[in-house]
Design a protein around this ligand. Structure first.
Ligand SMILES: Nc1ncnc2c1ncn2[C@@H]1O[C@H](COP(=O)(O)OP(=O)(O)OP(=O)(O)O)[C@@H](O)[C@H]1O
Ligand SMILES: [Mg+2]
Length: 237
């Protein structure tokens, strides 16, 4: 049974069709990659699934319940969480306080509960400078705060929008291990990513978007040999 399912979803911006009649699903314990060129519609798909933007057409089901018209915070409470491609932490708050926000709003924790939820997440993420203000954090620490904020709602489905961008190889491996651990905890994970070694190593299958439509899907090893995918996105080696 799919955890989260999109049925023929459409999103337009004026005359531009950013997501065109798209259907896909993601199951618990699976890592689905969403790849494709800049402007393909990947972030828009996340926005539609998480409720940040409404769909123009189509429907979204979560655990067999129609959530198409539910707002983002309601979907978050139900168990759908996402990170933002452009990380935007609350600037006058510390690392741990930013994660607490996720627990307060995403999970409905009381303040004291939110603090202990956030502490556990910091341990899980191996985030040490929890009391530092966010403007003092490294890129990796900022990414962990963003991921931590999403995890604080205890999601069943997690969308990650280019969380590896801007990290060193070593940092990328560290974050990949964290994502794998989440998979072992049975979270359904969708990763949007331009770094192909990450896609290859992390995903069970991928969907390739181009101009808002799926042009190929399957295991990365297969999809990466697809002529249309090479032409639209990967290029010749
Ligand atoms: N809020 C918006 N208003 C108008 N156009 C938008 C908006 N959001 C996205 N678009 C357009 O929709 C298309 C898809 O954008 P989207 O951000 O989903 O692409 P993406 O696949 O995430 O790209 P990237 O890899 O660069 O992050 C683009 O043409 C973009 O300019
Ligand atoms: Mg994007």
């Amino acid at each position: 049974m799919p955890t989260l399912k999109a049925n023929n979803i459409v999103r337009r911006f004026g005359g531009l069709v950013a997501v065109n009649d798209l259907s896909f699903e993601v199951e618990k314990g699976e890592i689905l990659g969403i790849i494709g060129p800049n402007g393909a519609g990947k972030t828009t798909v996340i926005n539609l699934m998480a409720g940040t933007l409404p769909v123009n057409k189509g429907s979204i089901e979560f655990n067999n319940v129609d959530v198409t018209n539910k707002e983002a915070h309601t979907r978050n409470r139900l168990g759908i969480a996402r990170t933002f491609q452009i990380v935007r932490p609350l600037e006058n708050f510390s690392a741990i306080e930013n994660i607490m926000v996720g627990a307060l709003f995403g999970k409905g924790d009381k303040l004291s509960e939110a603090r202990s939820t956030a502490r556990e997440i910091c341990d899980f993420l191996n985030l040490e400078n929890v009391n530092k203000s966010v403007d003092e954090l490294t890129v990796l620490e900022l990414k962990k705060v963003e991921l931590g904020r999403a995890l604080a709602s205890e999601p069943d489905v997690l969308f990650l929008d280019e969380i590896m961008a801007g990290l060193t190889s070593e940092e990328t491996w560290e974050l990949m291990d964290i994502v794998k651990e989440l998979q072992e905890r049975n979270v359904a994970i969708c990763v949007v990513e331009h770094i192909m070694k990450v896609v290859k190593e992390l995903t069970n299958r991928v969907i390739v978007l181009n101009k808002g439509e799926i042009i190929a899907q399957g295991p990365y090893s297969k999809v990466s040999e697809n002529k249309e995918v090479i032409a639209a996105y990967l290029g010749e080696e």
